[in-house]
Write a protein that binds this ligand. Structure first.
Ligand SMILES: *Cc1c(COP(=O)(O)O)cnc(C)c1O
Length: 406
C-alpha cells in the first residue's frame, strides 16, 4: 500500500551532483554505444559484435571447467590474496610474487594506481588518443592532465601513436604517473623496446611509468618484446596486463600488474579485499596454464587480422597497421554514416568521436563469419571520396541507432 502511494507522487530530482566530489563533474557514465543485451535478445547470434575487442574464440575450455568446479564454493569469499593465481603468474613471468597485484580487470588497477599515487598537486602524463581509462583515472583523483599530442597522421610507423620524445619532455617535477599503452587502444600503434628504454632513462624515478600491455599476447612485431625486460633497472616501471583479450575472459574481470614490491605494497593498502572474485581467479589460473589454447587464439587473431586488413585496404579503407585484435580505419569523412550502415546490417563497430577521431571507426577482429559479414555490409559503399547519406534501414529489420551522448 505504502509502496503504491509513494510511486504516484511526482518525482522530484535529487541533485546529488551538487554534493559530489568535484572530480566527478568532469566524468561521464560509460557509454556502451548500443543496448547490447536488448539487441542480443532480439537478434541473437546474427549480430556481429565487433565493438569491444572481445575474443571470438571464447575462453579456454580449461578455464570453463575450472569455473564450473569452483561454483559450489561460491558461498565463501575468494582468497583475498589470490595467491594461487599470483604464484602461477610469478612462475610464468619469472618474477617474485611480491611484485604482482591482481585487479578486477586491468581497468581497476589503472584507476588504483592514480588513487594511490596522485592527487590534485600532481600531474599525470598520457598521449592524445591514448587509452580512455588514462584520462578517467587522472580526472578521478583531480590530478592535472598533461595530454601530449600524438604522432602525426602521416607518421611512417605509428600514425596517431605515442610520441615518446615529447612525452618525456612533458614530465615535470610534479609528475607522478605517465600512462603508456603498448600496443595502444584505439590506435593499435606500438613502440619498440629501444624507444621505451630511451624514454625510461629520461624519466626521474619520482614519476611512475605505467605500461599498459593489454594486447601483449598478440604482439609479433620486430623489436618489441615487453616492458618487463626493463623492470630490474627501473623500480618506477609498472606493467599492467589482462585476461580480457587474448585469453578471452573479458566477462569474468581479471587483470594483473607487475611492479616493484614497494609499489605493490602501497596498492595493497587501498585495494578492495575481494576485488577478484573466485570464478575469475579459477578461470585466470586455468587459462594461464593452457598455453596451447593461447597460441591458437593468437595465431587465429593475427592471421585473421592481416587478412581483414588486406581486404579492407583493397576496398579503399585506410586501416592502420596493428598489433592488436582490432583495426582502426580512418576515413576521409565523418565515420558516423559508415557506423550506421554497419549497424543496419547487424555489424557493431566502435565510433571514435569520444577519442577526438570522428573520422575513424574501430573494428574488432571477429570470427571468419563475422568478418565476412562486415565485408558484405561494405559492398557498394564508397570507402573514400565524397560524403554520402547513410542509407535507410532495409526492411525495418534493424532498429534505428539509439541516441547517445557522444
Ligand atoms: C581492453 C583494454 C584493457 C583491459 O581492460 P580490462 O579491465 O582488463 O578488461 C586495458 N587497457 C587497454 C589499452 C585495453 O584496450
Amino acid at each position: 500500500m505504502a509502496e503504491a502511494r509513494r510511486s504516484r507522487k511526482p518525482v522530484k530530482l535529487f541533485d546529488a551532483s551538487r554534493l559530489a566530489n568535484p572530480a566527478t563533474a568532469v566524468l561521464r557514465a560509460y557509454d556502451p554505444g548500443h543496448d547490447l543485451p536488448a539487441l542480443r535478445a532480439r537478434f541473437g547470434s546474427t549480430i556481429a559484435e565487433l565493438g569491444s575487442n572481445e575474443n571470438p574464440m571464447g575462453p579456454s575450455p580449461r578455464a570453463l571447467d575450472a569455473m564450473r568446479a569452483a561454483l559450489p564454493d561460491t558461498f565463501r569469499y575468494p582468497d583475498p590474496r589470490g595467491l594461487a593465481l599470483k604464484q602461477a603468474l610469478a612462475r610464468r613471468l619469472n618474477v617474485e610474487v611480491a611484485r604482482i597485484a591482481l585487479g578486477n580487470g586491468s581497468h581497476e588497477l589503472l584507476m588504483l594506481l592514480a588513487q594511490c599515487f596522485a592527487d590534485p598537486k600532481h600531474s599525470i602524463v598520457y598521449s592524445q588518443f591514448g587509452f580512455a581509462v588514462f584520462s578517467i583515472a587522472t580526472a578521478a583523483v583531480g590530478a592535472r592532465a598533461v595530454c601530449v599530442p600524438a604522432l602525426p597522421r602521416g607518421h611512417r610507423t605509428a600514425p596517431f601513436g605515442h610520441d615518446l620524445v615529447a612525452m618525456a619532455k612533458a614530465v615535470r617535477g610534479d609528475t607522478r604517473i605517465v600512462y603508456l599503452a603498448n600496443p595502444n587502444n584505439p590506435t593499435g600503434t606500438w613502440f619498440g623496446d629501444a624507444a621505451l628504454e630511451a624514454f625510461l632513462r629520461k624519466v626521474p624515478r619520482e614519476a611512475l611509468v605505467v605500461v599498459d600491455e593489454a594486447y601483449h599476447e598478440y604482439v609479433d612485431a620486430h623489436g618489441l618484446t615487453t616492458a618487463l625486460a626493463f623492470a630490474d633497472r627501473h623500480p618506477n616501471l609498472i606493467v599492467t596486463r589482462t585476461f580480457s583479450k587474448a585469453y578471452g575472459l573479458a566477462g569474468v574481470r581479471a587483470g594483473y600488474l607487475v611492479a616493484d614490491p614497494g609499489v605493490v605494497a602501497v596498492l595493497e593498502r587501498l585495494r578492495e579485499s575481494f576485488n577478484v572474485n573466485m570464478l575469475a581467479l579459477a578461470a585466470a589460473e586455468a587459462a594461464l596454464a593452457d598455453t596451447k589454447w593461447l597460441a591458437k587464439s593468437r595465431a587465429f587473431n593475427n592471421r585473421e587480422r592481416e587478412w581483414l586488413r588486406a581486404e579492407l585496404l583493397a576496398r579503399g579503407y585506410r586501416c592502420l597497421p596493428a598489433q592488436t585484435n582490432f583495426l582502426l580505419c580512418v576515413l576521409q569523412r565523418d565515420a558516423a554514416g559508415l557506423e550506421q550502415r554497419l549497424f543496419e546490417r547487424g555489424v557493431i563497430a566502435r565510433p571514435m568521436g569520444g577519442y577526438g577521431l570522428p573520422h575513424a571507426l574501430r573494428i574488432s577482429v571477429g570470427s571468419r563469419a563475422e568478418n565476412r559479414r562486415l565485408l558484405r555490409a561494405l559492398e557498394h559503399y564508397p570507402a573514400a571520396g565524397r560524403a554520402t547519406r547513410p542509407s535507410p534501414a532495409r526492411g525495418g529489420r534493424w532498429p534505428a541507432r539509439p541516441d547517445r551522448g557522444t
